[in-house]
Design a protein around this ligand. Structure first.
Ligand code: ADP
Length: 357
């Protein structure tokens, strides 16, 4: 078994709580990302799972076994960091064989394992190359092969793509995900990049100040963010000051500048209290599209337009609050001049009412 269980995992440095009582269950074969801004405790969490950092409190269980106090080399874990850390004075084959030689395996066993690992990462034929003759992406594949060759039950990846340029990062994103699926290896992936987390993960834990603020599938995190922090950290969102008129069973109605609107309700929203209505720019309907949708309509004034090729971005004034709307640039796109008044609205399922502050 290779599931991961964290129980009230905590790490303090003096007064500071780098990781603050995280409890989490990651299933066998799952790709779980820890996502959050710099300094929120992602790496410290990962290093505790690896065994490089000793927890101040809490427990870590791997496959049901308590490993909290176990040294890293006995945990059966593979870890890859941002800067590939492959040995420059060794060729690819020797780099990959390094861990196996330490384990005193026979020469033929090692050769077979190295060749197998190179196949897995798509680098068969690269055995004799040195670091200076490998691209960044290839070096990162070697680093992965070097880890996979020891057949770890758990794979930990700490910002493995952040040293690569954008095009390579895109390619490696899909490549790592498909490798992980093929191997079915339980994986924790640390990143501050929401696109990486959304495209690669089975589930994401959004971290803030040492805690996991929300844990869920990419769609849950994006479409049903639990807090204002998660809403604004993942993608973009309009956050409009509103008053909650009523709430029950996950649905709410709210007053937004005199218009009563229905919305999905996040935890903590209370009747009569001020709240924030979150609507993503791509969900703001304008003009004929809004009227055809049969949703409550509001008058807004166009204050700006940005041409982005595939997209047009409008800034609107809605009763003194700014609303950003994104339209796909299709052939028959309705367009407006700055200063024009236009009807806007959105589907209630695409709006979320969040507790303010
Ligand atoms: P992230 O990976 O999300 O950027 P880290 O886990 O590296 O965040 O750090 C979390 C917090 O713990 C930060 O405020 C950081 O300064 C602090 N921290 C991490 N390692 C140490 C250390 N060895 N000594 C003191 N503070 C540390």
């Amino acid at each position: 078994m290779s599931d991961i269980r964290l129980e009230n995992l905590t790490r303090t440095y003096g007064e500071a709580r780098a990781v603050d009582s995280i409890s989490l269950q990651i299933e066998e074969g799952e790709f779980y990302s820890l996502l959050g801004p710099s300094g929120c405790g992602k790496s410290t969490t990962l290093r505790m799972v690896a065994g490089f950092v000793r927890p101040s409190a809490g427990r870590i269980l791997l496959g049901g076994q308590d490993v909290t106090m176990m040294p890293p080399e006995h945990r059966d874990i593979g870890i890859v960091f941002q800067n590939y850390a492959i040995f420059p004075h060794m060729n690819v084959a020797d780099n990959i064989a390094f861990g196996l030689k330490l384990r005193r395996q026979s020469r033929s066993e090692i050769e077979r394992a190295v060749s197998n690992a190179l196949d897995q990462v798509g680098l068969a034929g690269f055995e004799d190359r040195f670091q200076r003759n490998l691209s960044g992406g290839q070096q990162q594949r070697v680093a992965l092969a070097r880890v996979l060759v020891t057949r770890p039950r758990i794979l930990l990846l700490d910002e493995p793509l952040s040293a690569l340029d954008k095009a390579l990062r895109e390619e490696m994103k899909f490549w790592i995900k498909s490798l992980q699926q093929r191997l079915g290896i339980t994986t924790i992936y640390v990143t501050h990049d929401q696109d990486e987390a959304l495209t690669m993960s089975d589930r994401i834990g959004v971290m803030r100040a040492g805690r996991i603020e929300q844990s869920g599938t990419p769609a849950e995190i994006y479409e049903e963010p639990a807090t204002v922090f998660v809403t604004s950290f993942i993608g973009q969102s309009n956050l409009l000051a509103a008053t909650c008129l009523d709430v029950s069973g996950g649905h709410a109605s709210a007053d937004l500048a005199g218009t009563a609107l229905k919305a999905e309700a996040a935890q903590g929203v209370a009747r009569g209290a001020s709240a924030l209505l979150a609507v993503r720019p791509e969900n703001v309907l304008m003009g004929a599209e809004a009227e055809a949708a049969g949703v409550p309509l509001m008058d807004a004034k166009i204050t700006g337009e940005t041409y982005q090729g595939a997209m047009l971005r409008y800034r609107l004034d809605l009763g003194g609050q700014e609303v950003v709307a994104e339209r796909q640039n299709q052939v028959h796109l309705e367009r407006w001049n700055i200063g024009a008044t236009v009807k806007i609205g959105w589907t209630p399922r695409r709006a979320r009412l969040l507790p303010a502050g």
